[in-house]
Design a protein around this ligand. Structure first.
Ligand SMILES: [Zn+2]
Length: 76
């Protein structure tokens, strides 16, 4: 599952520069330095359930799918 991106509309608005400018002004997300919106999953773009340990920046769902590839082992 992926997260909605405000850049998807750019394809429609590329021939209308004035509307594009206005759209960006009102819809671009704020730059966050801390808090929930500061980190995004590098695979799906989600901000929820982030694993930022060791700088991997995956959400918990993508981490679960890719943990073996990253070299993590499950100890019981
Ligand atoms: Zn993810």
């Amino acid at each position: 599952m992926t997260v909605k991106s405000y850049k998807k509309v750019f394809k429609q608005l590329k021939n209308k520069p004035a509307k594009m400018k206005k759209y960006i002004k009102h819809n671009a997300p704020l730059k966050r330095e801390f808090g929930k919106g500061a980190n995004r999953c590098r695979v799906c773009g989600s901000t929820k359930g982030m694993v930022t340990q060791y700088g991997i920046n995956y959400c918990r769902r993508c981490f679960r799918l890719n943990a073996k590839k990253l070299g993590f082992k499950k100890y019981h």
